[in-house]
Structures are given as structure tokens and as C-alpha cells.
Design a protein around this ligand. Structure first.
Ligand code: CA
Length: 233
């Protein structure tokens, strides 16, 4: 990764299966990314701090540590870097747990390299857009800062992850209007809508936990039953 050229995006792959690493490296380098790989959680965390990657691909089944714990540690050290989990587990509960641990997205093995690359490119496109904006906006008594990825109230400052912020920004652009789950999935995650995809709902749970005084009676991120969500700033 030390030989990354100007403007070249750096991707850190934390994965212990050599065949998968080789396949990812070939495909990602072909796309013009700079790729660095580590085969354990401990090495991966060191590399994440040393190299400042633009995106991390993290396997959940690592030889030395539980991938969820690696994800939590990484997220606590870097609130912003996009983390995509590579999981062999197709269970919804595992995906939810990964998102709870601070991941932004996940792909289930065996995954399509083309789909993974599409997701990575979608992340980078949104990052470029985000980097150009520097704005704050209020939600309730919180002030959201889209450059710092924070929400602040008095002396309390909470971090917002990349996707949490993107969801808030899209809802806020359309404040007091219902935005469908499908539109959120397409515009924020760049994925095709699917009735079984719970990603949006999982993120709303996380956002409510941070924003709402009473998660059971939200005042700001409201559910529009059978459709999506509405922001009341
Ligand atoms: Ca593994």
C-alpha cells in the first residue's frame, strides 16, 4: 500500500483464506485500487491504523479473533472508514450483529466480485460527494455535522458512521416527507431494492438509539408503515 499513487484508493483486506485474498487482490487491482492484505485480526488492526485505508474488507472468521470484535475495535478507533464484512454466514442475525459492531455493509460468501466492486465504488462516489460538503443541521436538540461525522448537544458529542450520516442526510433533504426503504437502499447503499433486505431498518434502529430520547416513541425518525421513514427535524 506504500506505493499507492495520488488519488488511488487504498483497500485493506483482512482475510485469512489465501484463495479469497488472491481473487480479491487481482480484481481490485484491476479496478485501479491499491490493495493491502492481512491474515489476522491483530495484524489487520495494526495495518488499519498504520495505513489509513479508504475502505476495509473484513472477514468474520479469522484465526486469532472474532471478526465482530475486530470490527468494534476498528470502529472505535476510526468512526468513519467504511467497513464491509465478508461473511460465510447467511443468517440475518449475523448480519445485524455485524452492523451493530459498526460495519457499513456486508457481502455473503460466495460473493460476486462484480457486486462487491459495485458496492465499493458506490461508497467512494458518496464519499466524494460528502467530502465536498461542510454543513451542520439540527435534528431535535442535536446538531449534526456532516464533515466531522458527529452529532453534538452541549458537551455531548457522538460519532456517526458513514452510512448513518448518509441516511440522515437523505431523510433531511426530504424532511417531513416519507422516503421509501427502496429509495434509501438504492441511493444510500447503491443496491437493488429487495423486500427481504433489512439493512435500512437496522440502521434506523441504530440511529434512533443515538438520537431519540425514547426509542420506542421516536419523535424524529418516524416509521411510515409498509413504506419507509420520515424525518421530523
Ligand atoms: Ca476466514
Amino acid at each position: 500500500m506504500s506505493d499507492a499513487k495520488d488519488g488511488q484508493k487504498k483497500i485493506l483486506v483482512i482475510e485469512d483464506e489465501p484463495d479469497i485474498v488472491r481473487g480479491l487482490r487481482d480484481a481490485l487491482e484491476f479496478e485501479g485500487f491499491c490493495v493491502e492484505a492481512r491474515s489476522s485480526g491483530a495484524e489487520g488492526l495494526i495495518a488499519a491504523m498504520d495505513l489509513g485505508p479508504d475502505c476495509v474488507l473484513l472477514d468474520l472468521m479469522l484465526p486469532d479473533d472474532n471478526g465482530y470484535r475486530v470490527c468494534e475495535t476498528l470502529r472505535s478507533r476510526d468512526p468513519v472508514v467504511p467497513i464491509i464484512i465478508l461473511t460465510a454466514k447467511a443468517q440475518e442475525a449475523d448480519k445485524v450483529r455485524g452492523l451493530e459492531a459498526g460495519a457499513d455493509d456486508y457481502v455473503t460468501k460466495p460473493f460476486s466480485i462484480a457486486e462487491l466492486i459495485a458496492r465499493i465504488n458506490a461508497i467512494f462516489r458518496r464519499q466524494a460527494r460528502l467530502g465536498a460538503s461542510d454543513e451542520t443541521f439540527p435534528i431535535g436538540t442535536w446538531t449534526i455535522n456532516s464533515r466531522k461525522h458527529t452529532m453534538a448537544r452541549g458537551r455531548t458529542v457522538k460519532r456517526l458512521t458513514f452510512y448513518e450520516l448518509e441516511v440522515l442526510k437523505l431523510l433531511r433533504e426530504r424532511a417531513d416527507e416519507a422516503v421509501s426503504r427502496d429509495e434509501l437502499l438504492e441511493k444510500v447503499w447503491g443496491v437493488q431494492p429487495s423486500p427481504t433486505n433489512r439493512t435500512v431498518d437496522n440502521f434506523v434502529v441504530k440511529l434512533r438509539r443515538k438520537l431519540e430520547e425514547d426509542q420506542k416513541n421516536p419523535k424524529h425518525i418516524l416509521t411510515v408503515y409498509g413504506f419507509g421513514y420520515k424525518l421530523v427535524p
